[in-house]
Design a binder for this molecule. Structure first.
Ligand code: HEC
Length: 130
């Protein structure tokens, strides 16, 4: 009985460790800032002739924007710009896409979220885009 209990405890501990390792990604807002500026902003500057600044929106508005995942009024998901495929397509001419070519898409998304959260109108340090 005793060893069975020990076994159960060991399995529970292992399971909890594995779970926290899987969920405990700590977003890197600095990497998010680099990615946002070099990938998102560089295109906005070219195509819109003006940037989309983090401080244009509140934290809640950014949260809702990314959650809705609709770029260009819903013509495409904004998350497509985090995909490996997209990074591969632009990495020849985009330093950030090249540098972070192998970062999992989810991590980059979390990084940019963290940067937008920090740089939002009501964030810790409201940021312009450049
Ligand atoms: C390949 C070009 C390109 C890239 C890359 C790009 N955008 Fe955009 N984005 C645009 C254009 C063009 C508009 C303007 C659309 C309009 O005025 O109708 C825009 C508009 C926006 C807007 C204003 C609201 C909207 O959706 O129209 C937000 C917010 C935005 N982009 C966020 C992002 C974020 C975040 C990223 C990076 C993860 C990103 N964009 C990457 C081209 C791009």
């Amino acid at each position: 009985m005793k060893s069975r209990f020990a076994w159960t405890v060991a399995v529970a501990v292992l399971g909890a460790t594995a779970m926290s390792a899987a969920t405990a990604y700590e977003a890197d807002w600095k990497r998010g800032r680099i990615y946002y500026r070099q990938v998102c902003t560089s295109c906005h500057n070219t195509e819109m002739k003006k940037p989309v600044s983090p401080s244009d929106r509140t934290k809640a508005e950014w949260g809702a924007y990314l959650q809705a995942d609709k770029h260009l009024k819903g013509k495409e998901p904004v998350t497509r710009y985090f995909s490996k495929q997209y990074r591969d397509g632009i990495k020849a001419s985009n330093a950030a896409a090249a540098k972070f070519a192998d970062v999992p898409e989810k991590e980059l998304l979390e990084d940019v979220k963290a940067f937008l959260n920090k740089g939002a109108k009501d964030g810790d340090s409201p940021a312009s885009c450049s």
